[in-house]
Ligand binder design. Sequence first.
Ligand code: GLN
Length: 268
Amino acid sequence: MKKILSAILASAMICASALAFGACSGGSSSDKASDATGSAASTADSSTAEGKELHMATNAAFEPYEFVEGGKVVGIDAEIAEAICGKLGYKLVIDDMDFDAIITAVTSGKADFGMAGMTITDERKQSVDFTDPYTNAVQVIIVNEKDSVVAKADDLAGKTIGVQMGTTGDIYVSDVEGAKVERFNKGADAVLALTQGKVDAVVIDNQPAKAFVAQNPGTKILDDPFENEEYAICLKKGSELTAKFNDALKELKTDGTIDTIIKKYISE
Ligand code: GLN
C-alpha cells in the first residue's frame, strides 16, 4: 500500500520572464489581510516592487501552517510568506479560500502565489510552477482510540475514509482498494465525522493531524505513516517571481529564519 511519491523531486525552476505578477488583479476577497513587514533587501531587484501587493491564496484551516487567530491568518506559511515578501519589497495580502480553489486562483492570476502546506506533485506541476521545497511532511492516519477497525495502513482497504477535498490525502486514498472516500472542505470536518462514527479513519498531513487530535479527545494518530511529501509555494507557470522566491527562500534557509519560524509553531 505504501508508495513513494515520485513527484517529490524539487525541480530547479528556470523561469522565463512573464510579468505574471504585474497583472495581479487582487480580485478575491482579502478580508484577512496580513501586512508584510521588513524592507527590500539584497535578494532581488526590488526597485520595481516598491509598494506593490502580492496576493497569497491559502486555506486558513490547516494549523500550524495557516490558521486564523485574532481575525488574522497566522502560521508557518503566513510568516514565511511575509519574510519573502519583505525581502522582495512587496506588501503581503492573504486570501483565504477552499484548498481546491487555490491552484485555479493562481493560474487565473487572481492570486500571485499559493501557499497552503501544499505538496509538490507531478499533476499539479502540469498547471503551476513550484518553488524549491521549504519543509517536509508526512501523511498520517487518524482513528478513534476505541474500537477502531483501522490499526495500520493496510487496514484502510474497503473502509470509509475521510479526507480534505483535493488534497494529496484524497489522491492516495482514492487508490486504496475498495475504500469509500468521504471528501470534506476542511480537515476539521473530516475529523468531526470520525468522532461521530461516520468514517473509519482520516488521512491528512501530520502537523494539522496533531492539532485536530488535540482538539478531539478520543482520537489518535497511528504510528504507521502513509506518505512522505515536500511542501512548496506554487506560482503561475513561467512567472518571473519563482526565481526571486527561490533566492529569498535560500537566504531565509541559510540565515536560520525558516527554522526559527517552524520551531515557533512546532515544538518537537
Ligand atoms: N499537503 C496536502 C496537499 O498538498 C494538504 C494541504 C492542505 O490541506 N492544506 O494536498
